[in-house]
Design a protein around this ligand. Structure first.
Ligand code: MN
Length: 729
């Protein structure tokens, strides 16, 4: 061993000692030596000796408190891929357990996530299967990716960007879902640093400048809190920490949500850690006595943990100096879970942290995702569902009995119903939120009490549109599987009708023979047993026609192209009616106008306002121009109930704002999506914003809110799209 290698070995020993666990030193030492011998002479892209990489990955693994086998596997993780050593050799030298881990990491390493959607999904599926077998595999892979990201500067720029994007799309969401916060945040910060270095530097600079002014204030606040708590709670074990929000976290708020740096209230946080849950709530009370809390910023993740097991109380308050900051209160147990997530399972194996239950929850989550993918068969759905299920924010709503249901932001009452039980979802006919009937696409907000109205009528089932209204994977796949099972014959018929209609719309005309050949060919290519199975899959929504038609169109045009000149089809925007489709209570034949400020759509709750001489203008009930409480408005008699006339089908203009990564072809993809759904477009406006992002605003004709939601959900699936929002209020 060289001098430097000896020093590195001692560093490992030191780290193991500071972890305080019981380790198999013989195994770890042997793995370290094995790594030195077999990587000898190899260089990394950074021009360092290769062993430096596995050595650093092992250090990260030790820091997470993982066991000896995981540490050995971290040291050996690149051996099979990069040297002559085989997995059999590893098994002979280090035993079955280490060999399985190395094999898992090697296999994940070969998966590609930067490729086409279909392959990306397949790669994700394989990774989830590997995770399901042994979570340690993915933890080692995360550590591997982290060290590679730390040393990314040495590789070509395009590769830096690819790796960074892959890190943001695949690895950091998984680290988040497994609750390993430090790794998640460092991965995200490093990715942003390479994807948008200008914004990264800007935020870093902002933090530095603000820190100079604020460090002292925060230090004083911390001291004041500490003094008060020690006075009021003598003998209680307390620990205090200060924390600054991650750069990526600030980046999201500034560049994606468009906030000003000073509008972000939780850049600074003070963390208070204690022994018992009851003391957490006591401390919260004292904090709200000391500082003025900002309304609606209190979150109780103790009584309702996040899906990744995170528990804490969060509240945002304002100091005497006018500086907003967050206070996080939790027990030491919760703190370990917040920092280590699933890795706490190994560190506190013998403790009483209940981490085995957490392990089970995580495995259950992986199983669910894999199962639902088998049902939908659409690979891009898997990518999307992982993104949704891994999303950062959650809402909490309550059943009338008081059970809390935890769902991703954007979930609708459909998701809520299926989250209670699939039988509830299937029998749902409507929903009440806080006692009032709401449309089925009602987006759930935290704290709402939701009652699902059901029917016992035989043969009742969900509506097909619900697949588009639901956000969670769980609801979508349950709706699909219901259609798949219950309505086979109908599905085939529906699928065939839709398919034929699409062909017609695309001006594809085929002889009977050509038609049969085409369908058999597609069915075969998509691994269906026969053409009926293919039609049925279209029918229950397992495959999207918009995905397969472009290819058929291309194939067809190649054949038909020879002599005929290509016909260019134009879509004329349908007229958007303004005065029809709304019923004003007690008034017939009056002039009705849909207000411009909020552009209501069928499905929105609406209200009329009797104008002076311009008839009735119709607003969304929650439009800013409508008083919250009509009875206290200045002229209450002018506000008048209005309803949508369900018998009229009209189209209405609505505007959508799409925030996306400013990548090549993004506008084309948006337009293509809309074109494929045969939506008339009235105007398009796209512009770049800071940080390599762009905002596209399109005004289109839609039939109603459900229709609009289905367009939004298609657009959200596009690569690089962060959010799609209806503009107006
Ligand atoms: Mn590696």
């Amino acid at each position: 061993m060289k001098e430097s290698q000896k020093k590195d070995y001692e560093e490992i020993l030191g780290l193991l000692k500071s972890q305080g666990g019981v380790y198999d030193l013989k195994l770890i030492t042997k793995a370290y030596e094995f790594c030195l011998v077999h990587h000898a002479g190899q260089k990394r892209w950074t021009n360092e000796e290769y062993y430096i990489h596995p050595f650093n990955v092992a250090k990260i693994i030790i820091g997470l408190g993982m066991d000896s086998c995981a540490i050995a596997a971290a040291l050996l993780h690149d051996i099979v891929e990069d040297t002559e050593v085989t997995i059999e050799d590893i098994k002979k030298e280090f035993g079955e357990e280490v060999a399985l881990l190395v094999d898992g990491v090697t296999k994940i390493g070969r998966l590609s996530f930067t490729s086409k959607e279909q392959q990306q999904a397949e790669s994700l599926r394989k990774m989830l299967i590997a995770m399901g077998k042994d979570i340690r595999v993915i933890i080692i892979k995360l550590a591997d990716r982290l060290h590679n990201m730390r040393t990314l500067d040495a590789i070509p720029e395009q590769k830096q960007r690819d790796k960074s994007l892959e890190t943001l799309e695949v690895y950091s969401p998984i680290a988040h879902r497994l609750g390993i916060r430090p790794i998640k945040e460092e991965l995200e910060d490093l990715a942003i640093k390479h994807l948008d270095s200008i914004a990264y530097d800007e935020i870093e600079e902002l933090l530095k400048v603000r820190k100079q002014n604020r460090e002292q204030i925060l230090e004083e606040i911390k001291n004041r809190i500490e003094q008060r708590l020690r006075e009021e709670m003598p003998g209680v074990n307390l620990s205090f920490q200060g924390r600054v929000k991650s750069i990526h976290g600030i980046y999201r708020k500034m560049y994606i949500q468009g906030k000003n740096f000073d509008e972000i209230y939780d850049v600074y946080a003070i963390r208070i850690i204690t022994d018992h849950v009851a003391d957490c709530y006591n401390i919260l009370g004292i904090m709200h006595d000391m500082f003025r809390p900002i309304p609606n910023r209190f979150k109780d993740y103790i009584s309702t943990p996040k899906p990744n097991m995170y528990q804490s109380l969060h509240t945002t308050v304002i100091s005497r100096e006018g500086l907003p900051f967050e206070i996080q209160i939790r027990t030491f147990d919760m703190h370990h879970t917040a920092e280590l997530g699933i890795a706490a399972h190994w560190k506190y194996k013998e403790g009483i942290t209940g981490s085995d239950q957490k392990m089970e929850q995580t495995l259950e989550w992986i199983r669910q995702i894999l199962e639902s993918q088998e049902e939908s068969g659409d690979a891009s759905e898997l990518v999307r569902s992982i993104k949704v299920d891994l999303s950062q924010e959650d809402v909490f709503a309550v059943t009338p009995k008081g059970d809390v249901i935890n769902l991703p932001v954007g979930s609708t009452v459909v998701d809520f119903a299926f989250a209670i039980h699939s039988a509830v979802g299937i029998r749902m006919v409507g929903a009440k939120v806080d006692g009032k009937i709401v449309p089925i696409n009602h987006e759930i907000k935290t704290g709402e009490v939701i009652e699902i109205l059901t029917t016992n009528q035989a043969g009742h089932g969900p509506s097909r549109d619900w697949v588009n209204i639901a956000v969670t994977n769980q609801a979508k796949s349950k709706i699909r599987s219901w259609f798949k099972k219950e309505r086979k014959a109908e599905n085939i018929l529906e699928g065939r009708t839709n398919f034929d209609r699409e062909l017609k719309r695309n001006a594809i005309s085929l002889t009977d023979e050509e038609y049969t050949e085409l369908v058999d060919d597609i069915a075969h290519r998509m691994h269906f047993e026969n053409s009926d199975e293919f039609y049925a899959a279209i029918g229950y929504g397992g495959i999207l026609l918009s995905k397969i038609i472009p290819r058929i169109r291309d194939d067809y045009s190649k054949i038909a192209n020879a002599s005929k000149s290509t016909e260019i089809r134009e879509i004329k925007p349908r007229k958007s009616h303004s005065s029809e489709g709304v019923i004003i209570e007690g008034i017939d034949n009056c002039l009705v106008k849909l207000s411009r400020c909020c552009a209501p759509l069928p499905g929105d709750e609406i209200i009329g306002f009797i104008t002076r001489g311009h008839g009735v203008s119709v607003h969304k009930r929650d439009c800013n121009n409508v008083p919250k409480d009509i009875s206290t408005a200045s002229e209450p008699e002018r506000w008048i109930p209005a309803y949508w006339n369900a018998n009229k089908t009209n189209s209405f203009a609505t505007s959508l704002m799409i925030s996306a990564l400013d990548r090549d072809g993004i506008l084309g993809d948006v337009m293509n999506t809309v074109y494929n759904m045969r939506i008339a477009v009235h105007s398009v406006n796209a512009h770049q914003i800071k940080g390599g992002n762009c905002v596209i605003t399109i005004t289109i004709s839609v039939e109603n809110v459900e229709h609009m939601m289905s367009i939004i959900s298609r657009l959200e699936k596009l690569t690089g799209v962060f959010s799609v929002e209806r503009t107006g209020q």
